[in-house]
Design a protein around this ligand. Structure first.
Ligand SMILES: *Cc1c(COP(=O)(O)O)cnc(C)c1O
Length: 427
């Protein structure tokens, strides 16, 4: 399979090169040249197949030419060391739990898959240094995903005092090839340092740099497997009803991967994109006008994105047709107040949701009709958002973490000091 740059369609690369490059010219996103359609028999027999077979069959066409089928299969086995169970809450409604990975958020799968691809593709004589700036979740998923991957070193910058104790612990407790650094500054300062390094010609001469960006094809594509695994589990519960899936969306990577799965033949009748107050996509479905906005803070903070980067991939998938996009992807906006009341309501019924899952459920209930069966995605473990949960569930406990012994390196917001951490003396 080859991939082309949406911005410059003549830039065509292999899966391997798309993974290593991350972005194409002028920061264009890579998309596959075609979406493979799987035979109907695959979906008819899916319950009889192992998760490994399902995953390998679905993903192999996307990596063909860059990786052997056996190699992919082996790699997927290393990625999926945990399950993605569907839990039925009512006769017509279930939750797909994507938080059983090592950092308890759905980003684990993408980060683990990309890490192993980079490890496999890396030139062993020149280890890759992955530079990351994080406000929390991405850093922990990338840290764990790349942990102990040979030929890859990771340096994560986070704003000092601005990530939760739990997130800091997840980034700093690993060691080995993972270095976490607290910067005296904001997330934007961290990001600026990383950008400066990635564009620093002298630095690029002495080391191979990469960015583990969330728009990397190797982070984006494996997320489609969630939907295949979910179908395997809900199929016998559908009983002739149409399957509706609601996805809490920020950068729209997860839902776009779902749309790919649907285009491959997976019988999802309807997608719902759940937005928080960062409602750029919701507004687009109402007006046909895409207007990026600055992000605003909410309780479901992993979705605080005002200009979702994967919107370009959705447009490309549907030939830029507004009418088609708004038919294929219904959208809804959910406030912080609605999020809290949904968490409280569902807790009364015996199930504890994190804020992102609560946004997705609220959107699903808004649209779910008779004759349909709904599934929403719970993308983070509620323990990751204990402070939000305690606003409505005062007895909800914080996770116990021991920050002693895993203190991060601390640096000022200074590029020269950052270079030292990377092992380079500035002139
Ligand atoms: C990243 C994230 C999202 C948003 O996913 P996108 O692919 O960016 O739309 C939702 N929930 C959680 C917990 C996340 O970490």
């Amino acid at each position: 399979m080859n991939y082309y740059n949406i911005q410059h369609k003549d830039e065509v690369v292999s899966f391997k090169d798309a993974t290593i490059k991350g972005l194409g010219r002028d920061k264009g996103l890579f998309v596959p040249e075609r979406i493979p359609v799987l035979p109907i028999s695959f979906f008819e027999e899916i319950e009889q197949l192992s998760d490994k077979e399902v995953a390998t069959t679905a993903l192999y066409p996307y990596v063909e030419g860059s990786m052997r089928r056996e190699q992919l299969s082996q790699l997927l086995e290393e990625v999926f060391t945990f399950h993605t169970p569907v839990v039925e809450l009512r006769d017509n409604l279930s939750v797909l739990e994507l938080f059983h990975g090592p950092t308890m958020a759905f980003k684990d799968v993408g980060a683990r898959f990309m890490a192993r691809c980079l490890g496999a593709f890396a030139d062993k004589s020149k280890p890759v240094t992955v530079l990351v700036a994080t406000s929390g979740d991405t850093g922990s998923a990338v840290a764990h995903g790349f942990y102990e991957v040979e030929g890859v070193r990771v340096v994560i910058l986070f704003p000092k005092g601005k990530v939760s104790a739990f997130q800091q612990w997840q980034m700093c407790s690993l060691g080995k090839n993972i270095t976490a650094v607290a910067v005296e500054g904001t997330f934007d300062d961290c990001q600026a340092l990383v950008k400066q390094a990635l564009h620093d010609e002298r630095l690029n001469e002495v080391m191979a740099l990469s960015s583990a960006n969330s728009i990397n094809v190797a982070r984006f594509l494996p997320q489609m497997l969630y939907y295949f695994f979910a179908y395997k589990q809900v199929k016998s519960h559908l009983k002739g009803r149409k399957w509706v899936v609601s996805v809490p969306s920020g950068n729209f990577g997860n839902i776009t991967a779902g749309l790919y799965a649907q285009a491959m033949g997976l019988p999802i009748a309807q997608f719902i994109a759940a937005n928080n107050a960062n409602d750029t996509f919701y507004e687009y479905t109402l007006t046909g006008d895409y207007k990026a906005k600055p992000s605003v803070s909410t309780y479901s903070n992993a979705m605080d994105v005002g200009d979702p980067s994967n919107f370009a991939r959705i447009q490309e998938l549907f030939g830029g047709e507004y009418a088609l996009i708004k038919e294929k992807v219904l959208a809804y906006r959910v406030s912080d107040a609605q999020t809290l009341s949904k968490i409280a309501e569902v807790a009364q019924q015996g199930y504890v949701l994190d804020p992102h899952g609560a946004v997705a459920l609220t959107a699903l209930e808004h649209y779910l009709k008779g004759g349909q069966y709904g599934t929403f995605l719970a993308t983070a473990h509620p323990q990751k958002f204990d402070a939000v949960l305690r606003k409505v569930l005062p007895d909800f406990k914080a996770p116990e973490v021991d920050l002693e012994g895993c203190a991060a390196l601390q640096i000022p917001n200074d590029y020269k000091v950052y270079l030292k951490v990377l092992g380079v003396e500035s002139k």
